[in-house]
Design a protein. Structure first.
Length: 274
């Protein structure tokens, strides 16, 4: 599973006007991830061109589709029709309650068996190698496989086997994957962080809540350390929405779009080389 430096590919995307290369890192959060659609739609509306993109877990789905040039309105339309049954394919518990096959199918419905290295925009999909315990940024190979691996929340989804290695949710070590973009030479990085600080102390009511809350508690301890690699952090308001509230997807998309308005002037002013 050899990786390659996305900076080499990024060079061909640098604009002739000498503006800084802009990268966006999309965090995980199950259904909250649909807020990324609104963020990207707002960026397009403002004429902000994304030169590189990284996405973890739910963010990897949106990142993959966007990197392959899928129209944001088509992504939005498809997301608004999503149901929990489209994503969660229940199975007999062994290493997880469900498979990520539904997620893989969703990606393939848009881009087939495409490979990451063929994306129109340089794309990175972080996962965690469950054998080595190390982060693994997918920059080559089948997109659907990498997205399934990055989305495999431990305890909920079965780990994904690729090249005789087992992979789980990239959020464990890179919930908002800004660092991988910085390491690959991207000039200006936008991090989209999905976190519910106001409801952090709510009591869980089911197994999904227990698992997701446990992961969030762990990530919260080192959250700011990871976000320091971003030049600007966009945080859509998800405080009143559960991570499995599929009926709230249209609202999440609107929230994502609204969140951009708070930072758009800074982005426009800062993402220009002096």
């Amino acid at each position: 599973m050899a990786n390659f430096n996305i900076f080499e590919k990024l060079q061909s995307f640098i604009r002739k006007d000498k503006a800084k290369s802009i990268g966006i890192a999309l965090g995980g959060g199950v259904v909250w991830g649909t807020a990324h659609i609104g963020v990207l739609e707002a960026m397009e509306d403002e004429g902000i061109k994304i030169d590189a993109i990284a996405g973890t877990s739910a963010g990897s789905i949106i990142a993959a589709l966007y990197a392959f040039g899928i129209n944001i309105k088509d992504i939005k339309s498809s997301a608004e029709k999503l149901h929990m049954s489209d994503i969660f394919k229940l199975r007999l518990p062994r290493m997880g309650l469900a498979s990520t096959e539904g997620i893989g199918k969703l990606v393939k419905n848009f881009i087939g068996d495409a490979k990451i290295e063929d994306a129109k925009i340089p794309l990175v999909i972080p996962a965690v190698n469950l054998i080595t315990g190390k982060p693994y940024p997918f920059t080559r190979g089948p997109v659907a496989d990498a997205v399934m691996a990055s989305s495999a929340i431990p305890g909920i989804f079965v780990p994904v086997r690729i090249d005789n290695q087992l992979f789980v949710d990239g959020s464990l070590l890179a919930d908002v994957p800004c660092q991988i973009l910085r390491m690959n030479g991207v000039d200006f990085i936008i991090g989209v962080d999905l976190v519910d600080q106001k409801t952090f102390k709510k009591e869980p009511t089911n197994i999904f809540d227990v698992i997701m809350k446990s992961i969030r508690i762990m990530l919260n301890e080192t959250r700011m350390e990871r976000l320091k690699f971003a030049d600007v952090i966009i945080s859509p308001d998800v405080d009143d929405i559960g991570q499995f509230d599929f009926d709230k997807i249209p609202l999440l998309i609107r929230r994502g779009k609204e969140a951009v308005s708070k930072h758009i002037e800074f982005i426009k002013k800062s993402a220009v080389k002096k």
